[in-house]
Ligand binder design. Structure first.
Ligand SMILES: Cc1cc2nc3c(=O)[nH]c(=O)nc-3n(C[C@H](O)[C@H](O)[C@H](O)COP(=O)(O)OP(=O)(O)OC[C@H]3O[C@@H](n4cnc5c(N)ncnc54)[C@H](O)[C@@H]3O)c2cc1C
Ligand code: FES
Length: 507
């Protein structure tokens, strides 16, 4: 469990109280359940768990999902959208990607009535603390930001220096491929000292003649996003890569570009991660919006005119007219600056850390996309996972261990992607799965898929099936396995969870 995060400052004790009748049936009292109530214009989650009532804010601090539609498990509720967890008695954030804790309200039960009191002037949140002398963090990404924030929450009074090649305050990278870039609000740029020796961003992943032409783009920063948006309006765009970023960009561009062509090296999109059946449906979703796919193919040359992209030549010989080429492949760790240092890396240049995010060098920690770490739910197999939520968890664990508060990483991976406004959610670690069990109908875009290895569910993905993936994540988090048989035949556990979480607390 994460330690308490004290984000909320209460101003005054003025409160609003609402009385809620408790005409509960005996059966309803026997199980945990929760409901949304409004108290003085505050959206409150009222929970009854193990006979005890509690009330916390109902809006997830990540993107505002209603927690009443999430999964209640023991002392915590897991968000239905991207898996953040909050303690139902304290409002504490227990799993990312939530940004802050939730306000916690007073509940009393008198004469068969429940009273919820909400402080009227609750709550100013402060999200980022980047004060500066003892701790140096290279990067200002997701992991580093949470690391710095945790150090301050734990009363570390020394200086924290964040070194980054960005000239922006930390931002939500996951939005870069999902929202309207020019109109979206990203933090202002900051004045920055220039440090020598930081490598420039390379067009990683595309190794062919013409890769350095103008309008060959990668999507890593808000500035990349703005440039891609501007360059693509009304133009012919080609996207290389049919994994999460490539497909999201294609989806985002459907009503902006004049033509979109996607190149994939496998037979179907997401083939390795989500499997062929789901891959096929996602391909059809985009094909219906006139996105053209060239699968089992790759780029062999980018031809230009006046220094700009003009045509993309594929290995198969196909030539595609293009104004912009977006490279959504070849994610490799940006660890060049560590070459030649004693810090141990694996064959893919990821930094090797232990469960406490310690590298082999004393007092040097690493987290986020750069780290390869032992994943508890995968029997401590060493993995490299590029998820926003996991990077945040790394940052927190690293900070606590820096402060000699021994803490091991026990987060369950959780990822999401958005295609044409529809969310595919994913939890677990599906590498090496041998079988997929699907509930619902993939072709109707309403499904829950279980990924199986050695007779156990190791990951799950869903579309229009909330909060099933959060329920699976919660099951993984408790360390309980889901057998293939359970996934295959006995669907009751999941339907029960969904049922409980949506069941009203009282009539
Ligand atoms: C377009 C896009 C969409 C995504 N969508 C999702 C999603 O929907 N859900 C999800 O879970 N994850 C998503 N991800 C992945 C997620 O953003 C990453 O897993 C997460 O940001 C990793 O955090 P991090 O702290 O390791 O690095 P980052 O957040 O990438 O930050 C790296 C930081 O290091 C700095 N830096 C890099 N090299 C150097 C250097 N040599 N010297 C100094 N500073 C350096 C950079 O400037 C940056 O500040 C997406 C990623 C991208 C690119
Ligand atoms: S909205 Fe709750 S985790 Fe994203």
């Amino acid at each position: 469990m994460l330690r308490k995060l004290t984000y909320y400052r209460k101003h005054g004790s003025e409160s609003t109280e609402r009385q809620i009748s408790t005409r509960c049936t005996h059966i309803r009292l026997c199980v945990c359940r929760m409901m949304e109530v409004e108290v003085g214009h505050h959206n409150v989650l009222l929970v009854r768990s193990e006979g005890i009532y509690s009330a916390i804010g109902n809006q997830c601090t990540h993107y505002g999902a209603p927690l009443s539609k999430g999964v209640l498990s023991g002392h915590r509720v897991r968000c239905p959208w991207h898996g953040a967890c909050f303690n139902i008695q304290t409002g504490d954030l227990e799993e990312y990607p939530g940004m802050d804790c939730l306000p916690c309200h007073t509940v009393k039960v008198e004469n068969n009535k429940v009273y919820v009191s909400v402080n009227k002037k609750v709550i100013i949140t402060f999200k980022y603390l980047c004060v500066m002398v003892c701790s140096l963090s290279v990067s200002a990404g997701s992991a580093s930001l949470v690391c710095a924030e945790t150090l301050r929450q734990e009363n570390f009074g020394g200086r924290i220096i964040m070194v980054t090649r960005d000239n922006l305050l930390p931002y939500d990278k996951t939005r870069l491929s999902k929202v309207n870039y020019p109109n979206s609000v990203f933090p202002n740029s900051v004045s920055s000292a220039k440090f020598p020796g930081f490598p420039e961003i390379l067009a990683k992943g595309l190794e062919c003649p013409g890769k350095d032409l103008e309008n060959v783009k990668m999507l890593e920063t808000p500035e990349d996003a703005r440039q891609i948006h501007v360059a693509c309006i009304g133009c012919h765009i080609v996207i290389v890569g049919t994994s999460f970023v490539g497909m999201e960009v294609a989806s985002y561009m459907t009503d902006k570009a004049s033509s979109i062509t996607v190149i994939g090296s496998s037979e179907l999109p997401y083939q390795k991660t989500l499997g062929p059946e789901i891959g096929k449906v996602t391909m059809m979703m985009l094909a219906e919006k006139d996105v053209a796919f060239y699968m089992n193919d790759n780029v062999s040359e980018v031809r230009g005119e006046n220094g700009k992209v003009k045509e993309v030549v594929l290995k198969s010989g196909t030539v595609i007219p293009a104004d912009v080429l977006i490279v959504g492949i070849g994610v490799i760790p940006n660890s060049e600056f560590l070459q030649g240092t004693p810090i141990a890396m694996d064959s893919k240049s990821s930094v090797i850390v232990d469960k406490c995010m310690r590298t082999n060098v004393l007092e040097v920690f690493c987290g986020g996309d750069l780290a390869t770490f032992p994943l508890k739910m995968a029997k401590d197999q060493r993995v490299n996972i590029g998820h926003w939520q996991m990077a945040q968890a790394h940052g927190r664990v690293a900070a606590l261990n820096m402060l000699n508060i021994p803490t091991e990483l026990n987060s369950v991976p959780y990822y999401w992607t958005v295609l044409l406004g529809k969310n595919i959610r994913y939890t677990g670690y599906g590498e090496g799965y041998t079988d997929i069990v699907v509930k619902g109908k993939v072709e109707e875009q309403k499904f829950l898929a279980f990924y199986i290895k050695d007779d156990e569910v190791i990951a799950a993905a869903s579309l229009n099936y909330d909060p099933a993936v959060s329920a699976v994540a919660e099951r993984f988090a408790t360390g309980n396995t889901i057998t293939k048989k359970e996934a295959d035949l006995n669907f009751k556990w999941f339907t029960l969870t969904v049922c409980i979480t949506q069941y009203p607390i009282m009539s």
